[in-house]
Structures are given as C-alpha cells and as structure tokens.
Design a protein around this ligand. Structure first.
Ligand SMILES: CC(C)(COP(=O)(O)OP(=O)(O)OC[C@H]1O[C@@H](n2cnc3c(N)ncnc32)[C@H](O)[C@@H]1OP(=O)(O)O)[C@@H](O)C(=O)NCCC(=O)NCCS
Length: 140
C-alpha cells in the first residue's frame, strides 16, 4: 500500500542537495560518476523525465528516465531505506512507464548489477524479464 502523502513531482534546482544525499544513502553513487554533473545533464536533456518523491517536505525517492526514439531507459531509481516496501518504487515505475508510453516508447531497457539480487526481484515483480543480451559500455 503506497503512503497516501507521497507527492511525485518534477525535479527542481533547489532539490539538488537532498537528491544527492538520497542517492548516497541508496548506494546509487559510484566513484566514476559525478552526481552533480549527472543532474546538470538531465536538467538540459529531457528534464520532464526526472522526478522526485516527497513526503512531509522531504525527498524520499528519485527516478530518472530517458527515451531516444526506440527504447526507454531507467536510471537513478531510489527509495529512502526507511520508506521501502510500501509500494513507492512500484508507483515510481508506473509514473515512468506512463510518461514513456505517452512519448510512444514501446519497450523499457534497464541495467542492474548482477549482484543486486533484491533489485532484480523488485523489477521481476513488476513484469520485467531478463533479456538474453550482453550489456556493453564505453565512456566518452
Ligand atoms: C529497488 C527499490 C527502488 C524498491 O523500492 P520499494 O519502494 O521498496 O519497492 P516496492 O515497495 O514498490 O516493492 C514492490 C515489490 O517489489 C518486490 N521487492 C521490492 N524490494 C524487494 C527486496 N528487497 N527483495 C525482494 N523483493 C523486493 C516485492 O515483490 C515488492 O512487493 P511486496 O512488498 O508487496 O512484496 C529500493 O529497494 C531501492 O531504492 N534500492 C536501492 C537503490 C537501487 O539499487 N536502485 C536500483 C538501481 S538499478
């Protein structure tokens, strides 16, 4: 059951400090990514796909999505540890899926570290299945 006081709204510049703090508490920051820079890039590219969740004036969740004309992508999905397992993550994903569908997106792809078994369980519970692909990357 989702907390009725959860407000999902678009990211605003004043949210930056709280968002980065949340990402750190969710284990979403890694040494090779600068969270401030990630936010700045998103603010200029598809900012309508970057949401925060607020309860009692505090940011308790974030979700960044993207669409490049073929696939939708999910990044920086995080719910504050003290608000987990009450349906917030599920509600986030419903928001993102609806927004991507509205843009004409036919499929969502996402990457999860294979060791992150609880998050894989979360996505499976939402109907995601494992694609038979090898995920490759290159830093530019
Ligand atoms: C993944 C995450 C966003 C889930 O958020 P949440 O609000 O707790 O998820 P929900 O309450 O909506 O869970 C929906 C369903 O997913 C499954 N699920 C969620 N967390 C789970 C876990 N730790 N283990 C197993 N299943 C889980 C359950 O089936 C759950 O339904 P239930 O509670 O009725 O059993 C949250 O755990 C998180 O922020 N994790 C750390 C950040 C992270 O790794 N993000 C993903 C990067 S790819």
């Amino acid at each position: 059951m989702t907390d009725p006081q959860l407000l999902i709204r678009l990211y605003q510049p004043a949210d930056e400090v709280q968002v980065i703090d949340l990402w750190q508490r969710c284990g979403l920051t890694v040494p090779w990514n600068d969270p401030q820079q990630d936010i700045q890039r998103k603010v200029v590219f598809q900012p309508s796909l970057f949401w925060v969740g607020v309860i009692d004036g505090r940011i308790v969740g974030t979700l960044m999505a993207g669409y490049e004309g073929r696939r939708g992508w999910i990044n920086y999905l995080g719910v504050a540890p003290e608000y987990r397992r009450i349906g917030i993550g599920r509600q986030w994903m419903a928001t993102a899926e609806a927004a991507l569908q509205e843009l004409g997106c036919p499929k969502i792809n996402l990457q999860v570290r294979s060791s992150n078994t609880s998050v894989i369980a979360f996505y499976r519970s939402l109907g995601f299945t494992m694609d038979e692909v090898v995920s490759l990357g290159k830093h530019l």
